[in-house]
Design a protein around this ligand. Structure first.
Ligand code: ADP
Length: 311
């Protein structure tokens, strides 16, 4: 079983309009999905045929509705209930633009967090891989992912971390490291104070090698959108290039990449296949209009078309 963690899930609501009229009425039809990066990961894993359990924090009527949305997607869920109301995030697709309204979400109490950590510890014992994705809600300390990483590592379960800012900093500073981190190019440059591009990967390698925070992380994968990704693993620099595709909607490609890594790592795949599988999922998501959904019928074409080379 692959365990996915979504600490601040949301009812993702998409409205599509030809043109947004400001300061007047716009009539819309909503499309609602169980959102939050970890739930995107879960949906892709369901598509890949994995046995998935989604966990995190869920509250109020919105939380109950999110449970219904997960049921509809075939996602088994074991969330910890909280008193606050889970959030709604709105994306307006209009005039060729995407305008987003993102609620910050509920405030979580210390008792609720401890109940979640106990729930997580129970679930981890039955997992072959854990993914931790997204931001932490208010009230949850920045070192919480570092805590969850240590629990998973203590249970001998590989743990994949996809977050940014203070939560990523805290996990990188911690003694017990995650198995894999997947910043995108912007996130890694922000973290390092650099401005590397896809042609500067050996410089990026040198900078990472000199930064103690990355020592002991088996997989540091930097994703680069249409340019593919680069993995720093076991002293090697593995460059993955995705085949050229028509990008329909790349939102959730990073989450899909994490799902691909989890799928391959849980299956005991070799290093090249881990990287190939992650890139295949990211690319197949970019070809699909839905977030966290793969054009599965193109699997063989894209999987076979990912080029992996050693720098
Ligand atoms: P994030 O969503 O975390 O910012 P990226 O945008 O870097 O992540 O995308 C993750 C992966 O998805 C990339 O490494 C690549 O494999 C794939 N991908 C994303 N956008 C495209 C695209 N336009 N064409 C092909 N592959 C893409």
């Amino acid at each position: 079983m692959i365990l996915t963690v979504t600490m601040n899930p949301s009812i993702d609501t998409r409205y599509t309009l030809d043109h947004l009229v400001v300061d007047d009425v716009n009539r819309v039809v909503p499309a609602k999905t169980a959102g939050g990066k970890g739930l995107n990961v879960s949906r892709v894993l369901v598509q890949l045929g994995d046995d998935v359990v989604a966990t995190g924090l869920l509250g109020g009527h919105s939380g109950a509705y999110l449970g219904d949305l997960m049921d509809a997607d075939g996602i088994t869920h074991r969330f910890t209930p909280i008193a606050g109301e889970s959030r709604t995030c709105i994306a307006l697709l209009h005039d060729g633009n995407q305008t987003e309204l993102l609620e910050s979400g509920p405030v979580v109490s210390a008792e609720e967090l401890e109940a979640f950590v106990a729930n997580f510890s129970d679930l981890v014992s039955g997992a072959s891989c854990v993914t931790l994705s997204g931001s932490l809600p208010k009230g949850v300390p920045a070192d919480t992912y570092a805590r969850l990483v240590a629990i998973a590592a203590g249970a001998g379960v590989p743990v994949l971390l996809d977050t940014s800012g203070a939560a990523l900093d805290a996990a990188l500073e911690a003694e017990v490291k995650p198995t894999l981190v997947k910043p995108n190019l912007t996130e890694i440059n922000d973290l390092l104070g650099t401005s590397f591009g896809p042609d500067d990967l050996l410089d990026l390698q040198a900078t990472l090698a000199g930064d103690a925070r990355f020592a002991g992380i088996p997989w540091v994968v930097v994703s680069m959108g249409a340019a593919g990704s680069v993995a720093f693993h076991a002293g090697r620099v593995l460059r993955a290039k995705a085949p050229r595709i028509e990008c329909v909607n790349a939102t959730g490609s990073g989450d899909s990449t994490i799902a691909g890594f989890a799928h391959a790592i849980a299956a005991g795949a070799d290093d090249e296949e881990v990287l190939r599988c992650g890139n295949t999922c990211g690319t197949l998501n970019a070809m699909d209009p839905q977030t966290g959904h793969l054009v599965l019928e193109k699997w063989d074409e894209i999987h076979g078309g990912v080029e992996i080379s050693e720098l």
